[in-house]
Design a protein around this ligand. Structure first.
Ligand SMILES: [Zn+2]
Length: 356
């Protein structure tokens, strides 16, 4: 199978898993599936791609994430500790700066920001409050969340400068909406980054592969024709949104693409979703920037996800996005709670480090 999209051409692998071989062409170059042991995927690239210099992935870290922590909760600083070995590989890294109120107000309403800041400020050290049954706030949450959003902006800035970037941040963000936090999320990091980018470029695409639908991100851009939001997620599942019928409204009609998958879905289903629905939509939209809500909780060993991906599959998805977009993406960490999460992050970074 050779999928021909508007504005770009994406090919499938030669191992028969994704389809038949591509025709020979001087522009067809193998991109190795790092560490997966699979046959390479072949992409057709224009000659100009060889003019770019290597641009290894920039990491953007949130050193203040440790201030938002609750022992025994699945969304704790232990998540970062578990993937720490994947981060210390001599790659360029940036420290985060906090998102400004102007940054946050592009997507969140002032009453929600005030409520969140006040709730965090009123927590005593060691105390905890809850936005909902599973979304905690502690005394350091406001600062940690603002730095996570700021790190996501920095990652977007790197991508706009031609370098792939990964904001390895917590707390996550894609469930947080204009006036609410939920599902472990306080501020919507990827949405803050997208809105910041729209003051510099015309159009942004957000690809969300977290196992949960990013209801907050969708809500923030549902009527916008400047943001394409594409999500592949388990359904039915938390938070209950993300049906195929949710396609946007007003000027944004057609700018929301949801691909719900049943529990237990694996690499074949995800590859179909990307090759047949998400990547054609992205290529047709022709964004200036691609952001990825990178939640690795579809991993088979994730305690919350119930899907069946392996770490190498995230490298494959990253390759597909990079090939289709021909622009360096900026990734923002969302979920991912299982023992192989660090390995999946490593697979993603290996691919991004090969960006040329
Ligand atoms: Zn998730």
């Amino acid at each position: 199978m050779l999928a021909v999209f508007h504005g770009c051409i994406c090919g499938a692998g030669k191992d028969g898993r994704f389809g038949a071989a591509l025709p020979d062409t001087p522009w067809s170059v193998p991109v190795l599936c790092a560490g997966t042991g699979r046959a390479p995927i072949f992409f057709i690239l224009p000659p100009c791609i060889f003019l770019y210099a290597m641009a290894p992935c920039t990491l953007v870290l949130n050193d203040l994430s440790v201030r938002h922590d609750l022992k025994g909760h699945p969304e704790s600083e232990l998540r970062i500790a578990k993937i720490g070995s994947a981060l210390s590989r001599g790659r360029p890294s940036l420290g985060a700066s906090p998102a400004t109120m102007d940054d946050l107000l592009r997507v969140h309403m002032p009453e929600y920001l005030s409520r969140l800041e006040d709730l965090s400020a009123r927590c005593r050290p060691g105390g905890v409050a809850f936005l909902d049954s599973d979304t905690y706030v502690v005394s350091g949450s406001w600062d940690a969340a603002r730095y996570a959003a700021g790190a996501s902006i920095a990652a977007a800035g790197e991508a706009l400068s031609g370098r792939p970037a990964f904001a390895v941040v917590r707390p996550p963000g894609h469930h947080a909406g204009p006036v609410y936090g939920m599902g472990f999320c306080l501020l919507n990091n990827v949405a803050v980054a997208a809105a910041w980018s729209l003051s510099r470029v015309s159009q942004v695409a957000i690809i969300d592969w977290d196992v949960h639908h990013g209801n907050g991100t969708q809500a923030m851009f549902y009527d916008s024709d400047r943001v394409l939001y594409c999500s592949v997620h388990r359904s039915p599942f938390y938070p209950g949104t993300g049906s195929r019928e949710e396609t946007g409204s007003g000027a944004g009609e057609g700018c929301t693409v949801n691909v719900p998958l049943p529990a237990g879905s694996g690499s074949d289903a995800y590859l179909r979703a990307f090759q047949e629905e998400i990547l054609p939509a992205v290529c047709s939209f022709d964004p200036d920037l691609i952001l990825i809500s990178a939640g690795q909780d579809p991993l088979a060993d994730d305690p919350l996800g119930g899907m069946n991906l392996e770490p190498g599959d995230f490298g494959v998805l990253t390759e597909l996005v990079c090939s289709a977009a021909r622009k360096p993406p900026a990734l923002v960490l969302e979920g991912g709670y299982g023992p192989s999460h660090g390995e999946a992050v490593m697979e993603i970074l290996r691919v991004l480090d090969q960006w040329e």
